[in-house]
Write a protein that binds this ligand. Structure first.
Ligand SMILES: [Zn+2]
Length: 155
C-alpha cells in the first residue's frame, strides 16, 4: 500500500532505492599477485615493504612496472613508513556504498623518507587540516588472512 497520489510524479527521494538494514557493505579487499604479495603480507604483519631498484637504488610502490632508470630488477626492502604528504584530496562523494560511512575522507600521496611514493588514505586527521609537506607515518589494517593495507596518520 502506498500513500502516493495517483498520477503524481514521485519525489527524488522516493526514487532512491531504500538502504538495506544491517551492517554497511564490505569494502573491496586487495587480491595479492606475485608482483605485490610481499607488500600486502608486510602490511598484515605491520611492516611496510617497498621495492628497491637494483640498478639505481630508488624505492618504488609495488605498482611500478619499471624504474625511472629503465630497470625492471627490484628487491623488496622494509622501510620505516615515515614520510610527508606530497599531494592530497578530500573525497565528499563515495565511489562505492562501502565508503559512505567514511565521508568526507582524505586520499593522499605520501613521499617516503627513503624515496618513493604511495597513495592511500590519511586517517586520524581532520580533512581541512591536511597540508602538503605534513609529516605522516604508516598505520596498518589487516583486511583478510595474510592481507593488510597501509594508511597514514599525522606523525
Ligand atoms: Zn632504477
Amino acid at each position: 500500500m502506498t500513500d502516493a497520489v495517483p498520477g503524481a510524479k514521485p519525489s527524488a527521494d522516493a526514487a532512491k532505492p531504500a538502504r538495506p538494514a544491517g551492517p554497511p557493505p564490505s569494502k573491496p579487499i586487495p587480491t595479492p599477485t606475485d608482483a605485490n604479495r610481499p607488500f600486502f603480507a608486510g602490511c598484515a604483519e605491520g611492516v611496510l615493504r617497498l621495492r628497491r631498484c637494483l640498478e639505481c637504488g630508488r624505492h618504488h610502490a609495488p605498482t611500478r612496472a619499471a624504474c625511472d632508470c629503465g630497470s625492471v630488477a627490484f628487491e623488496w626492502v622494509q622501510v620505516a613508513g615515515r614520510g610527508t604528504v606530497f599531494s592530497h584530496t578530500v573525497v565528499h562523494r563515495a565511489p562505492d556504498p562501502a565508503f559512505r560511512a567514511d565521508l568526507p575522507y582524505v586520499i593522499a600521496i605520501v613521499e617516503f623518507d627513503e624515496g618513493g611514493r604511495l597513495m592511500s588514505n590519511l586517517v586520524n586527521c581532520a580533512p581541512d587540516a591536511v597540508r602538503v609537506g605534513m609529516p605522516v607515518k604508516a598505520v596498518f589494517e589487516t583486511v583478510a588472512e595474510g592481507v593488510g593495507v597501509v594508511k597514514f596518520e599525522p606523525a
